[in-house]
Design a protein around this ligand. Structure first.
Ligand code: GLP
Length: 241
């Protein structure tokens, strides 16, 4: 695991984008694993700027997203599909038919999970972008999730719902369940870039990088992946010093 500590949020995005740019230039048919949350938005801004400058193109790029809330109607501004369109896909030359986000409104959620697992196995990300929850979750794999899990439905921990309540008008509106790629799906990626900023992430970052590999901190499994780059600001990284 390579750890890069940057001055601030903007530099995290710029540094993460150097890896992304290199991939997009060298492999215009790449598959990207993408994440939601506030952490990767700086990176997405850099990706948009490169695309507008003609440095990269997404015409033949495929994307798979990590997760989605269960039960939010299509078009709801807190769905992760809306987030991806709004923060990235609407601003680049990607064909949205090549972008996948789990379907949190599927009639048969078990089947939707199985289909997503199969799709990811056939479209393994060249780079997977990850954020991290303050309790060490990745995607929506909460503490206790087995490392061999594939795409599945989760009951969100109260703390995770509280962390995400800032995007809703009240905590009661935050969904209780989500559909998420499992850790086994995520670990297939050829390269993983995890971005995090702010003091609230410092313990999770420490446990991920220096703690035991345990399902108590789902992100700790990344210690066993051969190609992980963690990019944090000084606050999120301060326990590592
Ligand atoms: C949610 C998402 C995660 C994300 C986490 C942190 O729980 N499912 O994928 O990493 O939030 O979000 P943020 O980057 O906003 O702190």
């Amino acid at each position: 695991m390579r750890i890069i500590i940057e001055k601030d949020y903007q530099d995290i995005g710029k540094t993460a984008n150097t890896f992304m740019r290199e991939l997009l230039i060298n492999n215009p048919n790449a598959t990207l694993g993408l994440a939601t949350g506030s952490s990767p938005v700086g990176l997405y801004k850099e990706m948009i700027a490169d695309n507008k400058a003609g440095i990269t193109t997404f015409k033949n790029i495929k994307t798979v997203n990590l997760d989605e809330y269960v039960g939010l109607p299509e078009g709801h501004d807190q769905t992760y599909r809306y987030f991806m369109n709004d923060n990235l896909f609407n601003h680049i030359d990607i064909d949205k038919n090549n972008t996948r986000v789990p379907n949190g409104m599927a009639e048969n959620l078990e089947n939707a999970c199985k289909e997503y697992t199969d799709y990811v196995a056939k479209n393994i990300p060249d780079i997977q972008i990850l954020g991290i929850g303050s309790n060490g979750h990745i995607a929506f794999n909460e503490p206790g999730t087995p490392f061999d899990a594939h795409t599945h439905i989760v009951t969100l921990k109260e703390g995770t719902r509280q962390d995400n309540a800032r995007f809703f008008s009240s905590i009661d509106e935050v969904p209780t369940h989500a559909i998420t790629m499992g850790i086994a799906d995520i670990m297939q990626a050829k390269m993983i870039i995890l971005v995090a900023n702010g003091i609230g992430k410092s313990k999770a970052i420490y446990d991920m990088a220096k703690g035991p590999v345990t399902t108590d901190c789902p992100a700790s499994i990344l210690q066993s992946h051969p190609n992980v780059v963690v990019i944090v600001d000084e606050s999120a990284g301060y326990l590592l010093k």
